[in-house]
Structures are given as structure tokens and as C-alpha cells.
Design a binder for this molecule. Sequence first.
Ligand code: GAF
Length: 362
Amino acid sequence: MEYYVAPGRLNIIGEHTDYNGGFVLPVAIDRYVQVGIEKSEDGLVHVESENFGKFDFNPEDFSPTDSWKDYIIGIFHVLKAEKVIKFPGLKLEIKSNVPEGAGLSSSAALEVAVITALNGFLNLGLTDKDRYLLAQKAENEFVGVKCGIMDQFASVMGKKDHAIFLDTVSMEYEYVPLKTQEYTLVVIDSGVKHSLSDGGYNKRREEAQKALEEFGVSSYRELSLSQLFIKRSQVSEISYKRAMHVITENERVKEAVDILKHSNFENLGRVLNQSHESLAIEYEVSCDEINFIVDTLKEIDGVTGCRMIGGGFGGSVLAICEKAKVGEISKEVKEKYSAAYGKEAKVYIVNSSDGARKDKVL
Ligand code: GAF
């Protein structure tokens, strides 16, 4: 068997900006989906996943299943449609240590791991760009989630010790060194599961698009903060709020890049706090449990800033914490969360990693 891995991603900042033609700053993390691949003689694709169980499908004749299987079958779908590939029988053995529903992009990591394994094992000759665009297409068209490009891009293009500053319009990107010094990136998973396919995500996307129409522009790049204020009375409250988030979040991404390049890592905390306010109040993608974790963290010594991450409606909070205090911070937030909601929060310290590749880590 050959083995391939694709990392999850942690987005430092730039949330709900990728499908709005904006900027993002993700990091590929040291949590992976691994795909073992070998030929099978019976012409079928046999999938065995440690977390989800087993299933088979005929690579020449399949349709969506409305389940997690579609992240895998969807890759075969786009490869057949776009590259006219006829697949042999295969066996795929899938393992993952990317927490699901935690805002760390377990689904994009699965898509990218599968396409990377097929590309490597069958010598399909796909470029990096082919892989992230086709993985996104599978999610958009086969799974039915109109996600942006950030997650698949980060999973393919990740680079250890770097964040990726990506312009989602030109697709130009820059690796920005991630020098965390005496700080570390900590993810607190609320255990409130979100699924992008539940509909809230696609609804926000439609609202953000409608806002552009109401403001009379075709892209957020054409809309400044002062125009937003001037036109406020001519647009709906929802459009004003959604546009306010996108415009200010794009500025925060640029500010964060500036901080990473020229200032101290802990200064990111302030920008993260602002991002959370904007996501909770203007874009309305947070939830009570996540806001509770954010408010609790802000009161704890050693936390310089925090915000919700990922698609929202649950998932996790990213906090920038002093390394030496992570143990105490984690204990306090877990205790307070459990007392308030009767649920267990999980805490993960994440490090950067390289993008998808031929490797065996699990
Ligand atoms: C999800 C999507 F898949 C991304 O494309 C992005 O929009 C993110 O939510 C929000 O920033 O992870």
C-alpha cells in the first residue's frame, strides 16, 4: 500500500472572506487525514475509514449519498468529469486525527488526501492548483457546500513555520514566517458540531452577495468603509452588517500580516478580538457557547486574544496564549465551560505543517 497525507488548517484571520473575494491567512496544521491506497481486482472502490466504517462504490456509476462518503466519491466525480479518468478497482484505507466539526477543516483535508493519493498512485499528473481547485469543485458540486478556496488551498500549499497570505481573487500568495516566540496557537473545541451542509453557511454566502447588489458594486474591492457609511440608509440592515464584516475583516488580515512581519506575535491578539466581535455581531456566525469561551478566555491571564474560527455556528475558538501558561488556561476554560453548559471542551495545541504529500504519519 502507498500512503498519502493532507493536513487540516487553522485560519489565523480572514473568516468568511474567501468566497467574498477577500484575503485570508491560514496555516496548515500537524493534524492529518491519511489515505492508504492499492489496487483491487474486482473493479470496485472499497473504502475503509477508521472513524466512519466501510463502503464500496462502482467508480463508473455512482451518485451522491448525502453523507460523509460524498467527500470521497465527489473527488472521483470531478476527476471523471474534468479529466476524463477511467478508474481501476481500488482499496482506500482512511485514518484521521483532524477533529471533526471543530473548524479545522477535516472535510477539505479528506478531499485533498484522496485527490493527492489518486494523483500519486495513478500518476494523473495533476498540479498543486489542479488539486486544490478540483477538491473545492467536489465540495461545491457534489457535496453541495458553496465553500471558498481557503481550506483546500491551505491543505495543498501549507508550509511548515509559515502562514499563507492569500488573495482569493488573483490567487497570488505569500508565505509569511510564523515566529510564535513564547506564545502558541491554542484551539478550544466547544463540542458544538457545525456542519457546513446544514445551510447557515450557504445562507451567509447569499446574504453577502445580495449586499453587493444593494450597494451597486460587483466586488467588495470596490466598496470602501466610507462608501459603506454614505450608503447605509439605502441598503437593508443585514446587507450593511454583512458588508461591514467583509470590509473590516480584509483590513484585519493585512494588519495581521504586518504584525507577523514587523511586530511581536502577541499583538495579533488585539486583531483576533476585533475579528470575533465582527463575526459575532456583524456576520452573525457565532453561537452562545463559542461567545462564552471567548469571553472567559479574555479574562484569563496569559491569553492575548481569541476568536471563533471556521464556518461558525459552533466549532472552536483560536486563542493566542503564553506557552508557559497553557496548562492553567486550559484548566480554567474547561472548568468554566463545563459548569455553564455541562459539556466538555477539548483543547488542542497546534503547530504548522507542510501541505499534502506522500507520507505515513498515522
Ligand atoms: C469554511 C469554508 F470551507 C471556507 O471556504 C471558509 O469560507 C470558512 O468556512 C470561513 O472563513 O471553512
